[in-house]
Design a protein around this ligand. Structure first.
Ligand code: ADP
Ligand code: MG
Length: 692
């Protein structure tokens, strides 16, 4: 007979009917295997009895004792108090919810076995609503303790711990879960068989290292984390191989246009920009799709690099598309491209969601017949009706604002003639290496790790909201001295409408407070043409103070602006604050940033604002952000497009990522069935990249 397959649905287990199945599936559990890989969050130690004289506050303990007396008391709140003793000491049990039944059961002379957290109380140590069991009325009965540590699982409404424990125990006994990875492929310290690792993790022996288990650092857990990371790496690498097998136009030209472009720029490229441009040109000269991520801190000059790639494509006789996440940024790219590429004879089409139909049709026609060589726009570029004549490069700016799927959708635009467009994505989000390896394993990676010469760090201060009038006074004198400033209105809700309202009322307030100042405003609800006019005026120096919502967060480039006030700074994430602040300090004069906050500051907000005052290094900020928020929030599911990790933690297990990546490279060549099996086990139906 065939061994029972752990890929079977959970309904194969005793006690799993439709209702339980539905609840388990809310936890992401569909197959027996999923359940086995559903690991405990923490453990309780019910393997030894602690004498009452030895219990310590703020620990969980298994204790036992005889009820000395029990009574209902009425203090602030009615409570049922039970005093137990065991000859070494005593303990109070406190119940706020109780009925006659409980009172009857926990009566004098009974012996109780209890588990709970010990806390200091008004009259010595106590447990509030402990788990209890009557074990008799005799002196001190011998009732066995648990033989393993007790797992506590992530759960959901309607599924208690007892149910999960029982089902997992059953699955461990009845199903054969095979080792897929040969033992010798595991890191030397993690050479556990899978079954052994799972047994240890679900039912650790009393002597297991509880601290290591709680921290997720026990070798058995690490063994599982490694396997999971390996499966993810395999899945991404496989996608990458599949893409590399496709064809793209090999782009070549004599470089004349590029030289003209460079010599017309008002500055020389940094070495980092040159290096990255070289990498890109080399990639695009191959007949397989480039897939390159360019990471560069705010202000490192990614736009030029993107435009260089576009120009190289166009000079080779093909079309390029450059996409930005916001209208404002797309408009700015459009203007830059107009300024730098139009004189070289490049025809540019502009696509935005807010365009008139007649205008849009004109642009679409130019892209379809090839008379426009460059398309610039927002996500409007993805849309179905957009057809290209011979698209060979897709550039995506501030990629972290888009999902993986959107990125892939645009690339497929070139798919018509069985050709893939080259792909260049740019991001200012400095991604710690381990995350980059997991999130962008399908991409090559370049870093613009140098800022243009002459940049000055931005002086950053945090000021409580109630000193706003001082800030306004300082702003007045700075503007009188010829400086330009942003006043950024933020709200915690991602509601654009509310943000715009806030901007309007701040605008009104500042207009009264600063009657001599030339004031402007941009927010997401304004017409494209109006926004553009305001940005233009700000750039020209015709506006001194620009009240803005976070629409200016990404990409906006007005080097003459040197002052920024950010409202509600305590509510924003580090990365977002860093991005916003990156709008200033772009020229060669000193800049300052004021973070207005509403006291009192929470612990996390305090750390964020402090980090921002102390450093400008995007990588350092990303590292801190990751530490404060954890990787899930750091990247956002929108960005990763990856299935969630079950066991591994990208921060804790950072060192495993590199090992998993290496092993994945080897396995992929050696044994493709093994790779299939691993991917299926860990990613199941979630291998979202598979069909790309
Ligand atoms: P990013 O998109 O990386 O945040 P931008 O591309 O907007 O940065 O560039 C920031 C500013 O620096 C722009 O005003 C740009 O013209 C300017 N810039 C870009 N490269 C250089 C350079 N090599 N030297 C001086 N200024 C540069
Ligand atoms: Mg940019």
């Amino acid at each position: 007979m065939k061994a029972k397959s752990p890929e079977a649905p959970l309904t194969q287990l005793k006690g799993v009917g439709a209702r339980v199945q539905e609840r388990l599936s809310r936890l992401g559990l569909e197959r027996i295997e999923d359940l086995l890989l559903h690991l405990p969050l923490r453990y309780q130690d019910r393997t030894r009895l602690t004498p009452l004289g030895a219990v310590r506050p703020h620990t969980e303990a298994l204790v036992q004792g005889r009820v000395e007396y029990a009574q209902v008391v009425q203090r602030k709140r009615r409570a049922f108090l039970v005093r137990i003793a065991d000859g070494t000491g005593c303990l109070t049990l406190r119940f706020f919810h109780f009925g006659a039944a409980l009172q009857n059961r926990l009566s004098q002379g009974q012996t109780l076995r209890l588990f709970g957290e010990v806390r200091p109380g008004p009259a010595g140590l106590e447990m509030v609503h402990p788990e209890y069991r009557l074990i008799g009325a005799s002196e001190m009965p011998q009732v066995p303790v648990e033989s393993t540590l007790t797992p506590v699982y992530p759960s959901t409404e309607g599924i208690g711990q007892a149910v999960l424990r029982r089902l997992i125990e059953q699955a461990l006994h009845e199903y054969e879960i095979e080792d897929i990875i040969p033992l010798d492929q595991l890191p030397p310290t993690l050479r556990y068989g899978l079954k052994e690792a799972l047994e240890l993790v679900h039912a650790p022996p009393p002597e297991a290292d509880l601290a290591a288990l709680t921290g997720g650092r026990h070798p058995a857990q690490q063994r599982l984390a490694f396997e999971e990371l390996l499966a993810h790496q395999l899945s991404l690498m496989r996608l990458r191989h599949r893409l590399r097998a496709l064809q793209s136009p090999a782009l070549q030209n004599d470089g004349t246009l590029f030289r003209q472009f460079i010599s017309a720029l008002p500055f020389t490229l940094t070495l980092a920009q040159q290096r990255v441009i070289d990498e890109i040109f080399r990639d695009m000269a191959r007949p397989t799709p480039m897939m390159r991520l360019v990471q560069g801190d705010v202000g490192s000059g990614k736009t030029i690099v993107a435009l260089a790639a576009c120009l190289h494509t166009i000079a080779s006789g093909y079309q390029a598309a450059l996409m930005a996440p916001t209208e404002l940024l797309a408009e700015q790219h459009y203007r830059n491209a107009g300024k730098w590429l139009q004189p070289l004879g490049v025809h540019i089409a502009w696509l935005s969601g807010k365009q008139k139909k007649s205008e849009r049709d004109k642009q679409l026609a130019a892209l379809a017949d090839g008379s426009a060589q460059l398309a610039i726009g927002t996500h409007a570029l993805f849309q179905e009706q957009v057809r290209f004549h011979n698209l060979a490069l897709v550039g995506i700016d501030e990629q972290h604002r888009f999902g993986v799927h959107q990125r892939l959708a645009l690339r497929d635009k070139a798919n018509a003639a069985n050709m893939q467009a080259h792909q260049l994505v740019m991001t200012a989000t400095p991604i710690p290496r381990t995350l980059a390896m997991t999130t962008y394993a399908d991409l090559d990676y370049s870093a613009i790790d140098e800022l243009p010469a002459g940049r000055r760090p931005v002086t950053t201060v945090a000021i409580a909201d109630d000193r706003r009038s001082e800030v306004i006074a300082r702003l007045r004198s700075a503007i009188a001295a010829g400086r330009q400033a942003y006043w950024v209105c933020t709200l915690i809700e991602e509601s654009e409408a509310l943000q715009c309202e806030a901007a309007e009322s701040t605008h009104a307030l500042l207009r009264d407070a600063l009657p001599d100042v030339r004031l402007g405003m941009v927010h997401g609800r304004m017409k494209t043409a109006d926004k553009e006019a305001v940005m233009h005026a700000f750039k020209q120096g015709d506006i001194d103070l620009l009240v803005a919502t976070t629409v200016i967060e990404v990409g906006v480039d007005v080097p003459s602006a040197t002052l920024m006030i950010i409202e509600n700074a305590e509510r924003l994430g580090l990365a977002q604050l860093h991005q916003l602040r990156g709008r200033i300090g772009r020229g060669t004069t000193d800049s300052s940033c004021v973070l207005l906050y509403r006291p009192p500051l929470g612990e996390i907000a305090k750390r964020r604002l402090q980090a921002l005052r102390e450093t400008h290094d995007g990588f350092e900020i990303a590292r801190l952000d990751l530490e404060i928020r954890g990787p899930g929030e750091f990247l956002g599911t929108r960005q990763t497009g990856l299935a969630k990790l079950r066991v591994a933690d990208l921060v804790r297990d950072a060192d495993l990522v590199a090992a998993a990546r290496k092993a994945a490279g080897m396995l992929l060549e050696q044994d493709s069935r093994l790779c299939d099996a691993l991917i299926r086990r860990w990613l199941g139906g979630a291998e979202r990249y598979a069909e790309v």
